[in-house]
Design a protein around this ligand. Structure first.
Ligand code: SF4
Length: 92
């Protein structure tokens, strides 16, 4: 299904289609905080460490740039998908 009028975020001189957020594998996450720090440094500040994993704490603020994927040393984040709190991703 495609959205004919997607919400767009502007950052870094680029446009990003909003709506997708990172899927974080809590088993692979070692809570280093790299993704949290990078996202905060870049501006959106979407992620937090909660318990034993990074989580998408503020999905509505995600601009979908995928920068966090590059920050993870354990590939705990490697997909961006539509956020649906009622249907969390299967462990990957
Ligand atoms: S960068 Fe990867 S391992 Fe580190 S907190 Fe984020 S998801 Fe976890």
């Amino acid at each position: 299904m495609t959205d004919e009028n997607p919400e767009v975020a502007e950052a870094f001189g680029r446009e990003f289609v909003k709506g997708n957020v990172p899927e974080i594998n809590s088993v692979r996450c070692m809570t280093c905080g790299n993704c949290v720090s990078l996202c905060k440094q870049l501006g959106p500040d979407v992620l937090e460490i909660q318990g034993e994993s990074a989580v998408v704490a503020r999905p509505d603020d995600c601009i979908g740039d995928g920068a966090c994927l590059t920050a993870c040393p354990t590939t705990a984040i490697f997909l961006m998908s539509r956020h649906d709190p009622e249907d969390p991703p299967e462990s990957i």
